[in-house]
Design a protein around this ligand. Sequence first.
Ligand code: NCD
Length: 309
Amino acid sequence: MSFKGRDIIRIEELKEEEIYRILDVAEKMVPVARGEETTDLLYGKVLASLFFEPSTRTRLSFESAMHRLGGSVLTISGREGTSLKKGETLADTVRMAEAYADVIVLRHPNEGAAALAAQFCSKPVINGGDGSGQHPTQTLLDLFTIKSELGAIKGKTVALVGDLRYGRTVHSLSLALARLGARMIMVAPELIQMPTYILDELNSLGAKYELTEDLGRGIEEADVLYVTRIQRERFPDEEEYMKVAGSYRVTLESLKNAKEGMIILHPLPRVDEIAPEVDSTPHAKYFVQAFNGVPVRMAILTMVLGVIE
Ligand code: NCD
């Protein structure tokens, strides 16, 4: 198993033992991520962080990971201020980034953009989210959170709630959960249920899942309630969006039949799908989950740069 020089584009490119290896390395990175220990593992290495779509957690946690490991960061945040504005292609932009850096993380509004970038780049390309495609590093931190909070992933029931159609985090997470032997309940209005092409992949992996519109059922059966926001910006028009806007909301009242140890995750940002009063319940783990982005991305960076096997 070697990660050196590898791209991280789609979660299904990682075997089960590779996923667990990343989670183990991430565990060891926690004190460094917290700033309790220091290291210069990535001294002299440069990350190009290319974000052509809004981001708070993904960009900042990648950059924090790189800085805390002693490396440095070049950042593009938005098309403004770059030559993409002048009509430069993504391929050429990535060629430039590779001339200036050792590893690239790319977020882009087009599905398939990270895969395309990787074709033009000999250095590792990490997909930081490609349109409605995938978000594999988010999935790794989601898995890390489930494993550290519940002790295991296999055999757990995960209810995926919300925009399963346009949400990239649930696309990659469902494929990983299938591979790792978790059961899924997909809770969404029909218009934003999981796309057929993902369900086909889940079937070929022998995944155990069911589809429902009933949030109550999802809450009752879940060990993990994974809530997502409606991806308003990806709807073809406002009218379509209005058909599902506000169609689900996790409140204190809705949690009364939840299992005692059930955890609530959310990739964030949230809009109105989790009421703020839920934050102070022992179920709420979404802020811990956001922190976990740092040790998990430390693991990914050190491994693709060949500093840790
Ligand atoms: C998600 C994303 O960008 O896909 N955010 C994140 O990276 N934590 C989720 C979202 O935007 O809804």
